[in-house]
Design a protein around this ligand. Sequence first.
Ligand code: CP
Ligand code: NVA
Length: 310
Amino acid sequence: MAVTMKGKDVISIHDLTVEEVWQVIKTAELIKLRHKTGEPYRPLAGKTLGMIFQKPSTRTRISFEVAMLQLGGHAINLAASELQLKRGETIADTARVMARYLDGVMIRTYAHSDVVEFARHADVPVINGLTDLLHPCQALSDLFTLYEKFGRLAGLKLAYVGDGNNVCHSLMFGAAKVGMTLHVAHPEGYAPDEEIARLATGDAAATGARIILGTDPEAAVRDADAVYTDVWASMGQEEEAEERRKVFGPYQVNEALLRLARPGARFMHDLPAHRGEEVTDAVMDGPQSIVWDQAENRLHAQKAILALVL
Ligand code: CP
Ligand code: NVA
């Protein structure tokens, strides 16, 4: 049964129902097929998405802009530094005004509370394009990629090796909704947020998912169907990068670690990668890597999100 998501914000996967998560995945599959067969699909003709970026972006910016174009609509890129926000106009007032022009807003910020505040005052759908806390569009796309590769999600084991960061948090919420096992291995002191872990574990109880947190990368990777990593220092943590490089060394995904996963296990990374740090060239460029499919699927999954909520 299709559920309507019109008008809905996409700020956290935790706020979506299991049916809504599956609706995004199934719609992405259909939209990708249509795109590959050249069948036009323009449900957003005449609609405009605003995109606010406080942080750099390659994938998110391009894939959202292309997504709107392919769906028959239009996207406007707005660097936060070029808006009156920079001169002190409040987030609330900016949101109220932008909602009078736009049919939806995608926003990438540092503080997660900025996206929540924006959404509270914008009466159009707001899509989280990454905050310090969460990256829901990435994780929804990644669920779609895993579904494409394995034909199912429930019962799969995903290992996440590295920092308990925004990407890790959204993967925890995503895995919990679809009944996967997610085993996170993080260095001491770099665990995922406790509240996120509590909420994800609560969601997992309803679907048979398992969210396991620990510090042993080998234990995480053992029997994994896919092994995921992300940068050791995220945007905004540049001054910590050197300290983190010392701590995270044993958490590098290299051929030796990947060999402990299931034969043929897939390697995943949201990108951009710091080659030689969290992942070696041999793994990134090796036969088990599906990182470019992940990047491509941002387009299809976000087209699904936009077509569903705008
Ligand atoms: N994965 C991701 O969101 O990439 P960008 O920072 O390039 O958008
Ligand atoms: N954790 C990374 C993800 C980049 C897409 C960051 O926040 O910089």
